[in-house]
Write a protein that binds this ligand. Structure first.
Ligand code: AP5
Length: 215
């Protein structure tokens, strides 16, 4: 099973991808995570990427397509979850060609729908475990009382540099200008399914399982 999770920043793509990795053994390919790794590497490319990401703009298509291309040759597990990729029509075309070359079929493109006002709360309350990447939220999924990550026991609480209202506005603008046309693109291809992302994390997870026939 190979799927794309589509949705605005903070919709819950990463949260649900972690669930699918844990329960079904799928492999998460998050271009956001890959770019953050590149950023932390301190290379010239990493510095450039850091600047673009903190503004809330999109990184160039050739960089992200190159990152995905490298990963498609790796471990497939029970299938790929494309999280945050594609984000432009050019990326969608490139992904189609790459999948074709690798004989990988795309099963579903799942849009997680969340209204814009809820996104601000989600983004400004988010933290991530520096040890394992587990995603938390100050209100809806707070860190355990002992301050240690429930998954790996680390106490390294990370907040993203672009998780503030100003960057979020730009990220949303990029989403509506460049990424939302993909909804029509995949609808026309017959792959698109939309689910309500305003429900609780567990309810969204159940909707996803239904779409994937894994109830
Ligand atoms: P990326 O890391 O992909 O960020 P994003 O798309 O903005 O998405 P987020 O990770 O912010 O949100 P999410 O949907 O994963 O939500 P989460 O599950 O964490 O990209 C960052 C940047 O990298 C981009 O701006 C761009 O610069 C660059 N980039 C990446 N890919 C690129 C590409 N393909 N092309 C070009 N540039 C690219 O949830 C958010 C919070 O809400 C969490 O705290 C969570 O606990 C909480 N939450 C989740 N679900 C629920 C729920 N159902 N109810 C209540 N709370 C919930």
């Amino acid at each position: 099973m190979n799927i794309i999770l589509l949705g605005p920043p903070g919709a819950g793509k990463g949260t649900q991808a972690q669930f699918l990795v844990g329960s079904l053994g799928m492999v998460q390919l998050s271009t956001g995570d890959m770019l953050r790794e590149a950023k932390d590497s301190g290379t010239e490319m990493g510095k450039l990427v850091a600047e673009v990401m903190s503004r809330g703009d999109l990184v160039t298509d050739d960089i992200v397509i190159g990152l995905i291309k490298e990963k498609l040759d790796g471990e497939k597990g029970a299938g790929f979850i494309f999280d945050g990729f594609p984000r432009t029509l050019a990326q969608a075309d490139a992904l189609g060609a790459l999948l074709n070359d690798c004989n990988i079929e795309l099963d579903s493109v799942i849009e997680i729908q969340v209204d814009d006002k809820a996104l601000i709360k989600r983004i400004t309350g988010r933290s991530t475990c520096g040890g394992c990447g587990q995603v938390y939220h100050d209100e809806t999924k707070p860190w355990p009382m002992d301050g240690k990550c429930g998954t790996c026991g680390s106490n390294d609480v990370k907040r993203r540099a672009d998780d503030n209202e100003e960057s979020l506005k730009q990220r949303l603008m990029e989403y509506y200008k460049k990424t939302s046309p993909l909804l029509g693109y995949y609808f026309a291809k017959g792959n698109l399914v939309s689910i309500d992302g305003l429900l609780s994390m567990n309810e969204v997870r159940d909707s996803l399982k239904k779409v994937l026939n894994k109830e």
